[in-house]
Ligand binder design. Structure first.
Ligand code: FAD
Length: 323
């Protein structure tokens, strides 16, 4: 059995969780059609249930207790453990989000097994060898997961989410979870939306326009902000930019900022230091704009425009506005 912890967003299964379910289907096929079960915490609206059927999920174990109304990594881990016990799953997986990684780290530690984060593929089942991104995606590591359950998270965009050819009829079952006070020792007590919502969409944005030191100063971000608006995306910046006070910290992308996984990332005047790359390496397509053809961001990008961002970005904006 394969057990997948899912997350929801606006009443739907989160895109990253759909990617995990697609990844799980590949594993299932390699294992001769092993069933895929899901564990979910909190409400599971009808649209999400329908999505799970279209991804050929067999059973959904739903932990709805009031104790789950506020997020707690320990409590979610107990829900995953309860579902794992109910299904005898030999593989337990989740999307490589902050929550997915936190919860499965608890699960692995309690089970006394290793956990692999940021998995992008697998090579074989016996032994079970996964490939995962390390050092911010700079290095791909092969890891043998020979303990059971095998516990891992799937990196954003490791696979493209796609419904199954033959949908299932996901059956939802109430999951009884007994929680200890220790499970709830660390929990979210309050969620405060960022004032004005500025930058709040960075993590889930489909398009992110990045701006770094190349912007030249606090007044150099106008064209990048305009490009983000034209593409319906968000602005993300490098740490130099936030350290210099040119833009607020919540816009920072990277190891000590937000980790993004948009369809399209357009880093302008950003060198691509490893700490920045750690936060953007899961982008599906990267189009770098930089004056330096040797900059790491340029050499790693899908496409690059070698030129001055103060000329290139306004030119792109004009072209977009004329269409
Ligand atoms: P630079 O490295 O100075 O690069 C500027 C780039 O702009 C160059 O490639 C240059 O060719 C190009 N350029 C200049 N002018 C133009 C122009 N007119 N048009 C086009 N291109 C131009 N950094 C992060 O971003 N996020 C993090 O989370 C983060 N965490 C860190 C954590 C630690 C512990 C440490 C030590 C560092 C961290 N850093 C982080 C900093 C990181 O190491 C780099 O210093 C930073 O990312 C560099 O920012 P930058 O690319 O904007 O600037």
């Amino acid at each position: 059995m394969i057990l997948v912890l899912i997350e929801t967003e606006d009443g739907q299964v989160a895109e990253v969780s759909l990617e995990s379910l697609t990844f799980a289907r590949g594993l299932s096929a390699a294992g001769g059609g092993v069933p895929i079960d899901v564990v979910a915490v909190g409400e599971l609206p009808d649209p999400a249930r329908a999505q799970l059927s279209s991804y050929a999920v067999r059973d959904v174990y739903l932990a709805e207790d009031d104790a789950f109304s506020a997020y707690s990594g320990g409590a979610w881990a107990s829900a995953v453990q309860a579902a794992q016990a109910a299904t005898s799953a030999v593989v337990v997986m989740a999307a490589g989000t902050n929550r997915g990684c936190e919860v499965l780290a608890h699960v692995a530690a309690r089970a006394g097994v290793a956990m692999a984060a940021n998995v992008i593929g697998f090579q074989g089942l016996a032994p079970f060898v996964v490939e995962r991104q390390v050092v911010g995606g700079q290095v791909i590591e092969e890891m043998v997961l020979d303990e059971r359950p095998a516990v891992f998270t799937v990196a954003g965009h490791a696979v493209e989410a796609s419904p199954a050819d033959a949908p299932g009829a996901a059956t939802v079952q109430a999951l009884a979870v007994s929680l200890s006070p220790a499970d709830l020792a660390t929990r979210a007590v309050r969620t405060v939306p960022r004032e004005g919502g500025e930058g709040s969409g960075l993590k889930s944005a489909r398009v992110v326009v990045g701006a770094g030191r190349g912007a030249g100063g606090p007044d150099g971000f106008g064209p990048c902000l305009e490009l983000a608006e034209l593409l319906g995306g968000s602005l993300g910046v490098s740490r130099v930019v936030t350290s210099l006070g040119w833009r607020p910290h919540h816009e920072q992308v990277g190891q000590t900022g937000t980790r993004i996984s948009p369809e399209l990332y357009i880093p302008c005047g950003i060198s691509g230091a490893i700490q920045h790359w750690a936060g953007c390496s899961s982008s599906r397509v990267i189009v770098a704009v930089n004056t330096d053809a040797e900059a790491p961001m340029v050499t790693k990008a899908t496409y690059a425009v070698i030129g001055d961002m103060h000329e290139v970005v306004p030119a792109i904006n004009e072209r977009l506005k004329s269409r």
